[in-house]
Design a protein around this ligand. Sequence first.
Ligand SMILES: [Zn+2]
Length: 431
Amino acid sequence: MKFLRIWIILALSLTLNAEFKQGSIIVDARAEALVKSILDRLCKAGGRLSTPKIYFIVDPNINAFATEEGKIYIHTGLIIKLKNVNQLVAVLAHELGHITGGHIHRFRSESGGITAASIIGTLLGGAAALAGGGGDALLAGIMLGQGAAQGSYASYTRGHEKEADAAAFRMLQAAGLSTGGGIEIFELFQKTTFGDPPYLKTHPSDQERINAFKNFREQSPDTGTMPDEWIKEFENIQAIFVANLNKLSDAERFYYGKDSPAATLAKTIILARKSQYKEAFAKLDVLAKESPNNPYLQELYGQFLLESGNASKAVEHLQKAVAMAPNALSIRLLYAQALFTSNSDCHKALDELNRITRDDPDNAMAWLLKVGAYKKLNKNDAADLAHAEAARLMGDKKLAIQRVQRAAKSSDPKVKEDAKQLLAELNGADD
Ligand SMILES: [Zn+2]
């Protein structure tokens, strides 16, 4: 069961009481889908062409920030502590306002803040152990990720904050969405006293922002609404985050006496965290009966089955989940993992992983899982090449070169050719 515990760094719902280290990046297909649909609608209304990539960082503080490359980072504390989807939509519109405004952010940490390499490093950690390859790379990855993510927050000028608020208001209105969440979120920040919320420190006074936002709303009354499915889905992803990330006793208290579908979902995950799988499956059956076409419930079956040692049955459910949500890469990865673990079909696992790296060549997790799959098939040169790709994405150039040099001696002409090409890229790249 060792590597399943590490897998949780990658897949939020696969927890089993393990601790999520602050600064870790977590992946959850359901949460990503909701945030993506909100961003898609805002981006379309704001005239932006592409929707930013989203990352969730384990951190109890209410915060979200955008980076120059147009990525949005969301603290898990934001999802857990917000009251409703209106507030989340307002925060996302604000972050999009920073991106469309071309605001240059400064990171407080001397290391230069969160880089793609450090983020991927955190992801890599789990997959490396999972794949049974590259233990050295894995530790470096985890530490790099955590070190870089902690204490490095975007800070903007007051002017930029006001601009982002104004842009958010315009975007919300153009998208036909309610603007009320903007006021609510500032009021929430005013009341918030926990921890050391960087959001509070770097933003202009909240009262000032509330007044400005109220002004917008007076000049241009709120006619927008929120889609029902967003309202419900926010409750579900909040349930997933609370049930997985909060202390078990806190998670139980959060949903004590509540009887909504989201509360049932949370209780299902909490039961699995306590290894009470029989009860967890009973609740999951109730949810799945109501929503037979929900891919995330099939994903949960797959995860619980994998955790409780039934990989071949997990494969069945994950196959369904993949068919229902073919674009959810983290579900595809879990499916590949189940194929790999069930020992039934390593070739099929590899096919799946190859599809993932073809669709998303920067998916370091998939490259690392490939290391394990190739090793199982005794294709060590291909394993070296996959390991080199993973190390490159993680920013470990030395390891990447070491592995790719080995792969370049392969007797397999395809591996040899690809290795030479990667080696040339690595040698040509700046540090
Ligand atoms: Zn801001």
